[in-house]
Design a protein around this ligand. Structure first.
Ligand SMILES: N[C@@H](CCC(=O)N[C@@H](CS)C(=O)NCC(=O)O)C(=O)O
Length: 255
């Protein structure tokens, strides 16, 4: 059994999509990131960066006690090695996939996260139009550039890392399919190869199932005060607020 520390966001969907694709059994443990679950010491022991997703495999590769893994890219690589699926073993083919996994983790995910922040959340935090405008231009511009990178790659390859569907597609799709919302819908005519791939990945039954996991979580209507408290928690993080819990978690997990 694999415990999945999860909230229904693009980074969370990557893991549920992979678990569904592999037909692995799993149990969802909700991490309400607006309510502060990510700062609880028991979660920091699994995920020291106070971000979900994370997993604990109770029957880990290589034996031994329960194995925690954080960072969605590492989680998908781990699950691929566990099952022998969606990541080739031969070095040339393996790194063809892994370079795109790392590309997503270092580029598309963070840039789309920041574009989303400036487009949708920052207006509740600052009313200085200059700050909003610069941040939006910078990160939406990066999302446009990265969409072009994917489009070129997909103009000559069926899937992101080549001829086979892989964990590179699974880590990238949950963000890429939001490009229309973050730029505007013209993105799909500008990047037709990206559109073709977004549609094809989205039609896979395991992807549909993974995307639906926990869709009811966080649906409760919040009061204005609750909204404000959640924003403060998510967008005003400093290291000193949580340092003691972090250090305690690091001591407990010392490898
Ligand atoms: N690089 C990380 C990013 C994870 C991440 O940013 N998770 C967000 C939700 S999508 C989170 O847990 N946020 C909690 C917070 O900001 O405190 C991964 O892919 O696993």
């Amino acid at each position: 059994m694999i415990d999945v520390y999860y909230w229904p966001t693009p980074n969370g969907w990557k893991v549920t999509i992979m678990l569904e694709e592999c037909g692995l059994e799993y149990r969802i443990i909700p991490v309400d990131i607006g309510g502060g679950d990510q700062f609880k010491p028991e979660f920091l022991r699994i995920s020291p960066n106070n971000r979900m997703p994370a997993i604990v495999d109770h029957d880990p590769v290589g034996g031994g006690g329960p194995l925690p893994v954080f960072e969605s890219g590492a989680i998908l690589e781990y699950l691929a090695d566990k099952t022998g699926k969606f990541l080739p073993k031969a070095p040339r083919e393996r790194f063809r996939v892994l370079q795109w996994v790392h590309w997503q983790m270092a580029n598309l995910g963070p840039m789309m996260g920041n574009a989303n922040h400036f487009k949708n959340y920052a207006k509740n935090i600052t009313d200085d139009p200059k700050q909003l405008e610069y941040g939006t231009r910078r990160f939406v511009g990066e999302v446009d550039r990265l969409s072009g990178v994917m489009d070129a790659q997909l103009s000559v390859n069926a899937w992101l890392a080549g001829a086979d569907y892989s964990i590179a597609d699974m880590v990238t799709w949950p963000w890429a399919m939001l490009a229309g919302r973050l730029i505007d819908e013209s993105v799909w005519t500008k990047f037709p190869n990206l559109k073709r791939w977004v549609d094809e990945v989205g039609q896979r039954p395991a992807v549909e199932r993974g995307r639906q996991v926990g869709s009811d979580l966080g649906k409760r209507k919040l009061t204005e005060d609750e909204e404000r408290a959640r924003r403060e928690l998510l967008f005003n993080q400093t290291s000193d607020k949580v340092q003691a819990a972090r250090e305690e978690a690091a001591r407990a997990m010392k490898g």
